[in-house]
Write a protein that binds this ligand. Sequence first.
Ligand SMILES: Nc1ncnc2c1ncn2[C@@H]1O[C@H](COP(=O)(O)OP(=O)(O)OP(=O)(O)O)[C@@H](O)[C@H]1O
Ligand SMILES: [Mg+2]
Length: 240
Amino acid sequence: MKVQVSHLTHVYEGKTVLDDVSLTIENASAIALLGPSGAGKSTLLRLLSKIETPTKGNIEVNGMDVIHTDEKEYFKHIGFVFQHHGLFPHLSAFENVTLVLEKVHKKSKNEAQTIASELFSQFELCDHMHKKPAQLSGGQAQRVSIIRSLAATPDILFFDEPTSALDPILTKEVLHAILKLREQNRKFVIVTHEIAFARQVADVFVYMEEGKVIESGPIAQLDHPNSSELKRFLDFVMSF
Ligand SMILES: Nc1ncnc2c1ncn2[C@@H]1O[C@H](COP(=O)(O)OP(=O)(O)OP(=O)(O)O)[C@@H](O)[C@H]1O
Ligand SMILES: [Mg+2]
């Protein structure tokens, strides 16, 4: 995937949360977005996924001009998964996937069921597909949400801390599911505080602090950070 942002600034209620960020990443398979709380990671992800429009600047994802591409058109190319699964509570896990395929992506009922069945089996969720979200564990619900976002085979998936609402065991389940996506060569951008996981799953990282990109590069660079900020952050998060 290719992600290019130039002079990206975003202001909330008079507060600059992204401050003239410019960044070009080419030929990345999976990008890990790292940094302390409040750095602007989720904001950047929301702008990349066109959930919000930046105050200033330009964004290109795989050659598409994100700001000027029609929302419906752009959403055909991307999928997202957030901290909380966001499944429709009145539908079964299976229907959560098939109905989005039918209504949003205009698949026939048959096609939608074939795609969904294949994915539920791949993610080992067949035993749970007829349950409502409230009857699923957090990890299962989050995996259904991942299935839903990738069912329409988007070019890029955006994950914002998909495991932060989960306990350590459920976190591992979801991380394994994401690792599987990587093995299938799906492209994604993930905000995560799981540094060990980021090293395993991503090939490129972006490190942010206070609305700025401090450092980015190949994932192996995390072993030898260039900036004192990233070094300090890694020393801190690896200290327990
Ligand atoms: N909708 C909003 N309205 C006002 N301020 C916001 C809004 N969303 C985020 N902010 C502010 O923007 C800054 C960056 O927030 P953001 O959520 O992007 O950080 P983050 O790096 O994702 O942090 P975390 O790791 O805690 O999720 C924070 O200071 C936050 O308070
Ligand atoms: Mg965030």
